[in-house]
Design a protein around this ligand. Sequence first.
Ligand code: CU
Length: 278
Amino acid sequence: MNVLKLFSVIAVITLFISCKKENTIIPNDTDGLISAKSISNATHNIIFYTQNGKFQQGYNKIFFQIKNLDGSLVTNATANWKPLMHMTSMQHACPYSSVSKSANSNSLYEGFIVFQMAGNSTEYWDLTIEYTIDNTTYTATERIDVEAVTKKNVLSFKGSDNVSYVLAMVAPSNPKVATNDMEAMLFKKETMMSYPVVNNYTIKIDPRMTSMGNHGSPNNVDLKQTSLNGSYFGKLSLTMTGYWKINLQLENESGTILKGEPVTATQESSSIFFEIEF
Ligand SMILES: [Cu+2]
């Protein structure tokens, strides 16, 4: 290959890369997202987005933008958040991630919050957001509506080790008649305010169709972590549409079952399970 040819190849590649870059960076940052809430203080409006425009019981992937009062977007903030539930007799937080800038976006920030309970008329969640722009720190707090769901997607329970756990289903969010990728997150309640990820456990699954003789499905794979402090991943086989009970057992790193029972002829259901209907 002569030098001229080489240069033209490099030029074409460079052009391709720069075009591609332009395409992936913000056509519109919030495409595919619906605003769920905006929280304001004297200097900014913070607009929260989710996939369905709601905060719901269970795992919520949440995005937000910070806008100046003139509507322009803040692009250089660092932020963190703190959900808090005000109950009649006490207050508690929930499992939540730190906040990071969304990839390929100038103005979008993201993370997750696992609301283990829904709000009601007398007990409610609020969300505090603290963010820093050019070395100045701002804060805003407002009440948010966390809707109840009809199918169990988050569980709080005490294990035989006397530890309180929160287990949340992340995926499948759109289940199919197929072997679905399944993802869950496991936390322990260290205090009312602190819910760190639990590492190196196994989440055993046994999906059953309760309306059809409690039949199961083939080729399920129990959930394991693929990285420290990360999610648990496995395979969930759903052989038909309808209501499925995903019976669960929580096994610690040494193979001891801390909660949940195997499904047998005489034991129709585990004491812990998720539900899916599609
Ligand atoms: Cu609560």
